[in-house]
Write a protein that binds this ligand. Structure first.
Ligand code: COA
Length: 179
């Protein structure tokens, strides 16, 4: 019994790491092989679950509401802000891009800063939303409450409440019953 308990705790980030986060609610699960950069800018509310091999960059601030799930190989990147409401599922491989290099500058992060033209924005994702596998959410997009993003979509524009979008670029393919 004792051994089983130890094995379970070993699957998660150690308490010393969790203390570096800006805020941690109750029953939060951050798996050991996930990567959280700038943890001091990351707030995780109750029942958040971050699976192994996902990558969350704290950037200018990340807030994940209650019951938000990041599946393996999904992530938040780009150095901007990201706010996600309660009960959002981010499926395997989905990428939430909060900032990027612009085409007006050198587009390598390894180039000197004065030659680059990078931007940092904010992505806001409402409650009861779903971000499908391998989709990409582009900077400054808002996905309103109940929005669903299909697998493989590239979302360049805001998603209206309780609307399903899919494709590249993503367009509306349906609506959803309000929960
Ligand atoms: C977008 C999604 C939610 C739509 O579900 P749905 O409303 O039940 O849609 P349907 O299966 O009835 O498909 C409706 C139409 O959209 C198309 N479509 C569905 N998903 C699509 C996608 N991801 N990209 C492009 N087109 C898609 C279908 O081909 C169909 O087109 P048609 O009317 O010309 O035949 C779903 O297909 C999806 O992509 N879910 C994400 C799955 C996922 O990532 N899971 C992760 C593991 S949990």
């Amino acid at each position: 019994m004792q051994k089983q308990h130890e094995k379970t705790m070993d699957e998660f980030k150690p308490i010393e790491f969790m203390r570096r986060l800006s805020f941690v609610g109750n029953h939060v699960m951050v798996f050991k092989h996930s990567l959280i950069l700038k943890p001091e800018n990351v707030s995780l509310f109750d029942y958040v679950r971050i699976d192994d091999y996902s990558r969350i960059e704290g950037g200018a601030g990340v807030i994940l509401g209650n019951n938000v799930h990041f599946a393996s190989f999904s992530g938040i990147l780009g150095g901007g802000k990201c706010v996600i409401g309660d009960h959002c599922g981010v499926a395997q491989g989905a990428r939430i891009i909060t900032g990027t290099e612009r085409i007006t500058g050198y587009m390598s992060a390894a180039s000197p800063m004065e030659l680059r033209d990078s931007m940092r924005g904010q992505i806001t994702i409402g409650r009861l939303t779903f971000i499908g596998s391998n989709s990409v959410i582009m900077p400054n997009v808002t996905i309103h409450d109940g929005g669903v993003v299909g697998a493989g979509a590239v979302v360049t524009k805001d998603v209206a409440p309780w609307t399903i979008v899919a494709g590249v670029p993503a367009i509306k393919i349906g609506e959803r019953e309000k929960l």
